[in-house]
Design a protein around this ligand. Sequence first.
Ligand SMILES: NC(=O)c1ccc[n+]([C@@H]2O[C@H](COP(=O)([O-])OP(=O)(O)OC[C@H]3O[C@@H](n4cnc5c(N)ncnc54)[C@H](OP(=O)(O)O)[C@@H]3O)[C@@H](O)[C@H]2O)c1
Length: 290
Amino acid sequence: MRILVTGAAGQVGAEVVAELERRSEGMVKGPGLDVIAADRSRLDVSDRDEVLAAVTALEPDVVVHPAAWTAVDACEDDPDRAFAVNALGTRNVAEAARIVRAHVAYVSTDYVFDGTSIRPYNEWDAPHPLSVYGASKLGGERELDPSATVVRTSWICGRTGPNMAKTVLRLAAASSGPLRFVDDQHGSPTIASDLAAKLVELALARRQGVFHVTNAGATTWYGFAREVLAAAGWDPGRVEPIPTSDLAPPRRAPRPEHSVLDNAALRLSGGELLPPWQESLAQLVAALTR
Ligand SMILES: NC(=O)c1ccc[n+]([C@@H]2O[C@H](COP(=O)([O-])OP(=O)(O)OC[C@H]3O[C@@H](n4cnc5c(N)ncnc54)[C@H](OP(=O)(O)O)[C@@H]3O)[C@@H](O)[C@H]2O)c1
């Protein structure tokens, strides 16, 4: 089975490639895998000709598609780029995959929701993005055939690339003063390696439809920062809660207040859920501070 991974140098892309390599080395039982890791320099998803040429030449069985422009605030200032990469780029991937009959597994986001729900969002709740980024990712979802896998996730932290766990560790090491994080945005932190394992499982099984996939449990960025410090053996009491309105400078893109995702499709179909976020975060922090 040949698998093409877009955005392969990103947080999720790198872990997807690592998970596929683990499987192809026989560490996980399954078919032999031929993994093609395409970072942006090798495959720019916003370039239709390039995508069609690459996919028809490579003839993958499955395309795992985490490539995206993920700079949420920058997307507000350049909606054309956001839609060119996240929405039209996904149209290009979907079109090319259709030609070679490859299965597509797309990674989407909790930011497709407005965060006004008082309960976690399930896969059948109506999206209503607040930001350009969220709208462009929803646009990507709408480019896919119903047979595609769509994995919506949230608050990703992994070994590769910048993320909030690394930011907390960096700020904590840089000064002994208080660290301020917002306590009025609620979500589920998700560790990239856990997400990648489930994403690969769903993609290889050609599971159809939308799946919410996050680590279990929810918190605020304040609670998250405290947990990062505790996992690193530092004093979580250094973290102080602030409202989003106190962020300086203010963020350009509005964030959903409550974007906890109910992993309902997995849960109701008897699928194994991801472990609690604190457990996986502790392992990530150990790896980052080793
Ligand atoms: N991070 C989160 O908290 C979060 C939450 C929910 C959902 N998601 C979704 O999860 C997926 C993976 O996110 P991530 O955290 O791994 O983001 P990431 O680290 O920014 O990875 C995205 C990758 O896509 C690449 N890319 C950007 N434009 C591209 C283009 N035109 N063609 C091909 N590749 C391109 C980027 O390359 P360059 O770095 O060279 O631009 C980057 O390597 C995305 O679809 C994102 O929307 C992320």
